[in-house]
Design a protein around this ligand. Sequence first.
Ligand SMILES: Cc1ncc(COP(=O)(O)O)c(C=O)c1O
Length: 490
Amino acid sequence: MTVLTKTEAEGAMPVMNAPELAPRTITKPDLYSVEDAKALPTERMTELFKAHLNPGQFHFMKLLGFHKVKVESAEGMYYIDQNGRKILDFFGGFGSLAFGHNHPRILEARRKFQEEKRHEIAIAFMSQYATALAANLAACSPGDLDMVFLGSSGSEAMEAAVKLAERAAGPKRPKIVYAENSFHGKTKGVLTLTDGQLYRGEFRLTDNTVRVPFGDIDAVENAFKSDPEIGAIVLETVQGGGGIIQAEAEYWQKLRQLCDRHGVIWVADEVQCGFGRTGRFYAFEHYDVVPDITALAKSLGAGKAAVGAMIAKRDVYMKAYGTPKTAMIHAMATFGGIGEACATSIEGLNVLYDEGLMENAEAVGGYLIERLNGLKEKYPRIIKDVRGKGCMVGLEFQDFSQTLPAVMRPMVGMLDDKLKGSLSGFIGALLLRDHDVLVAFTEYNRNVIRLEPPLIVERSHVDTFVDALDQLLGRGVVSIVKDFVKSQMG
Ligand SMILES: Cc1ncc(COP(=O)(O)O)c(C=O)c1O
């Protein structure tokens, strides 16, 4: 094939021996369009999920009956499925949905951003959105928690927090204290501080860590006293993955004193419990203490964007990255501070205060706890504990693996290992199937249901949920288990 150069085409002498430059045709693979994706039936989604996403995870979805649901849309407190069924969301994306689904003010801020073709990637130029979001976060944070790193997940925010702590502590104090039953993310660095064997797997993790029981201040003191190489302590203020576990106010106050005395940097992971969920912007504010570094994610993205943030005391930050020479050691990654995500978070922070969502979380969350305590009194042999703060509530069932009538044990034994002895799986599955309510489970303690509804939740939603649970529990454990086992046979 002869290819004319631009000059040849304009009448000049042909260039001799020009290389053959056949334009390459790249065949488009058989791709789904967005509208194709929207129209996928659940059967096809199942095939694709198993073939390309996570076949093992599908097993659990099926066990809980989640695989039958195709969410067509979501609004406020509800998912709406392919049959128009409204599912009340008390799961709340493990705390990611402070504003519920598709809050109109969040949608509007994003719509304007898109319509005006505002800019996204904040690498070359400063971004007005990233700077404003950082300033907003500093304004929402107590003390001199003023310096912000923006990323796109909780793990990334925690990685930034731990790296900052390590640099600020210096090379002579590389050890980090973390708590039993902690969850700080699954990326390689923070996995070292995440206490689940399932997640840690066989990975080679660093050994510069010291593990202590959560909420035990003597254990922290002993660790600090006995090991001068400890430079940081990393703790969730309320343990989410551990099953909504809180420590006493005194623990946090003494922790602050101990950290000051021993020069240890305290990193408070507020990825799940922060952003107003417990009725304060940060859960540590309940205890009148301020950590050296903290992290937010989940609801910071207002249910529409992937945003994580580390917020640090200025002196700690400056110690680690304060000079031009050190500034780029851990500067924001490609998507850190991306425009529309920051605009979403900025609007989210404004909505949080304008709509009084933290006050609502405290009041309606308190009502939820009160009503669940009523159920605990009514069903003491089924419910073991109700705990939490605001809209971060744990409901623990009695472990009935040893007390189930002998005739039922083989049936339950046929089920997956994970669900054995755990009423929460059975109850969660039946709440969804029969009562259109979604709740969350807890990896570290299979007897705990986690309730983290959006902060827009109303008392009527609580009544709907608690009445449904009451009806279900009223059937008795044996009937619940039988029904669940039967549903697995079908
Ligand atoms: C307390 C806590 N920290 C960190 C993370 C990690 O966040 P992400 O899943 O956004 O990476 C989570 C996620 O559940 C969390 O609950």
